[in-house]
Write a protein that binds this ligand. Structure first.
Ligand code: SF4
Ligand code: SF4
Length: 163
């Protein structure tokens, strides 16, 4: 399906989340890398060895949720912007997502939450901003919160007014 629409199906997205939703009471990396490509910064950057690609650099990355601490280093490092960190807390979903556009959001602002079709699904609160660094070729990572029912729909943020 992804070849036809370039948008991951719900089943594909769900397959990248832990089967047991309770696992997300702690932050976990969600890796939406669906195609075999020669790339592995996610594997090499993870200090906890939670991501495995192996000898064939084209292999699709696999994650061990038991090892993942949700630190977000792989989110900074993935050149394909294919990784986010998800967590559930007090009825809200929290995400660390890569963000490459300007301006960078400010903590406390309310931005728009967007799904994989590019549609606005909700607003969200900017909780934290970790700027990327050109010297290390890393991407800015923004932590946002929104209502938990959007857990499997949310994928990125958009500045209000840019609809
Ligand atoms: S979030 Fe941190 S611990 Fe989890 S896979 Fe990414 S780099 Fe590893
Ligand atoms: S770094 Fe990103 S794009 Fe590259 S293999 Fe890992 S998840 Fe896929």
């Amino acid at each position: 399906m992804i070849e036809k629409t370039a948008v991951a199906s719900k089943e594909m997205v769900r397959s990248r989340f832990p089967k047991d939703k309770d696992v997300l009471f702690r932050p976990k990396a969600i890796i939406e890398c669906y195609k075999e490509i020669p790339c592995n910064p996610c594997e090499t950057s993870c200090p906890f060895h939670a991501i495995t690609i192996g000898e064939d650099i084209n292999a699709i990355p696999q994650i061990d949720f038991d090892k993942c601490t949700g630190c977000g280093i792989c989110v900074h490092s993935c050149p394909g912007l294919a990784i986010m960190v998800a967590m559930i807390k007090n009825g809200k979903a929290y995400f660390k997502v890569p963000y490459e556009l300007l301006p960078i959001p400010l903590v406390g602002e309310r931005w728009l939450a967007v799904n994989r079709n590019g549609d606005v699904i909700s607003d969200c609160k900017i909780e934290q901003v970790m700027p990327g660094r050109k010297s290390t070729n890393t991407t800015t990572v923004v932590t946002v919160s929104l209502e938990q029912p959007y857990l499997y729909d949310f994928v990125t943020i958009r500045r209000p007014g840019d609809e």
